[in-house]
Design a protein around this ligand. Structure first.
Ligand code: ZN
Length: 153
């Protein structure tokens, strides 16, 4: 007997996407036996290992690398995070997120540009440092990114 609705490469499947931080539709790009191995997110286009939409018991819980000791993580309070988010909302008020340029190290940005970062999301270029650094405000705070800068006049 053959099951008709077997999943194959090219099928749609729901999977958890780490970039989108939610369950999104994915296309299966690779199978291992009868199991889905790799999928591509329809939303962000990211390829990653298949993560079932719902955790199946204790199996398949990814082991995350332990954070190194002595790293200053988690120092940011919830209040600071909210302040950063509010600040960000003010900065991009009235700006059209659709005009954001996708961030890449080879992309060109200048002060005032909106950018769309695959991981951090929407950001606003608030400062540039020659030859190749930009300071960007994201919802979660400021980051320094590398990119191509327009030559100073
Ligand atoms: Zn995604």
């Amino acid at each position: 007997m053959v099951t008709k609705n077997e999943l194959t490469a090219g099928s749609d499947v729901e999977s958890r996407c780490l970039k989108c931080k939610q369950i999104t539709n994915h296309i299966i790009v690779a199978m291992v036996g009868e199991k889905v191995a790799k999928v591509q997110c329809n939303v962000c286009g990211g390829r990653h290992n298949y993560r079932p939409a719902e955790p199946a018991g204790t199996a398949g819980v990814p082991k995350t690398a332990k954070k190194g000791k002595g790293q200053a993580t988690g120092g940011r309070s919830a209040r600071q995070t909210k302040a950063a988010a509010d600040h960000f909302a003010e900065m991009v008020a009235g700006r059209d997120p659709a005009l954001a340029k996708a961030y890449a190290v080879t992309a060109t940005f200048k002060q005032g540009d909106l950018l769309d970062h695959a991981f951090f999301g929407l950001g606003l270029v608030v400062a540039t440092t020659q030859p190749n650094k930009i300071e960007v405000i994201f919802r979660e705070g400021g980051k320094i990114l590398i990119c191509v800068l327009e030559k100073p006049k």
